[in-house]
Design a protein around this ligand. Sequence first.
Ligand code: BTN
Length: 264
Amino acid sequence: MDLDLNILRQDLAGKFIGHPFHYYREIGSTNDEAFRLGLQGAAEGTAIFADSQNTGKGRMQRVWHSPAGVNIYTSVILRPSFDAARAPQISLAAGVAAAEMMDFYFPNQIHLKWPNDILIGGKKVCGILTQMKTSGSGIDFVVVGIGINVNSRYDQFPEDIRDIATSLSIVSGRTMAREELIIHLYENMAKWYRELAKSGFGAIREKWLSLSPMIGHRVSVGFGVETISGKAVGLGEDGSLMLCTAENGIIKVLAGDATILKRG
Ligand code: BTN
């Protein structure tokens, strides 16, 4: 079903995130377009969303499969006056915003997996790709790209991810209005971004931890051919996953894909 742009125009008018917005029926990647607009000086809060992406980008150079008419593909331009080292906090704040939005419709079923995967029933329903243009040690702009599998059917996922990915409608058995979810998502993003700017990372870290089952469990984090295992013990101020390892004590992992090894 087509997105109802009138609903979005009405609801997003004057909002911090989503005004203005740029809509594309089809695009390469909303992140690429947001980056292009960011370089041209687009205002903070400008949002891009598309009905389909031909070259949707995931983390670690992966492809984000982006079929038409069913899901949310959006990127938001932010211009925080922080040091570039704090950029991962923005990404985690966006993860909290998206997870909290979905938790509203699926109470206690949404989980965050470090760094920023959102799972429902243990399967991935949302991914976040943050890109940044620095200016000295500061940030010129950040592009926060969010993909949410809303109404895609099982057979619309590529075969190799059918066992690990899902959509909100597969879980609920009903079609969900993407407009309502986009409006809710942008509201939450504005709320958590303001919290970050005003009071720092504390409340975001707390909310992130409350939505993540990882802490206290043994996890392995893979990055390319390397894997590190340990007990997840916290989230660093720099957005890192803190692991307690047998060999090196507490270490900070800055990037990778985490998997819970066992519950305990
Ligand atoms: C991940 O690998 O988990 C991150 C996926 C991010 C996908 C979104 S869809 C909207 C935006 N545009 C892109 O090309 N990627 C992000």
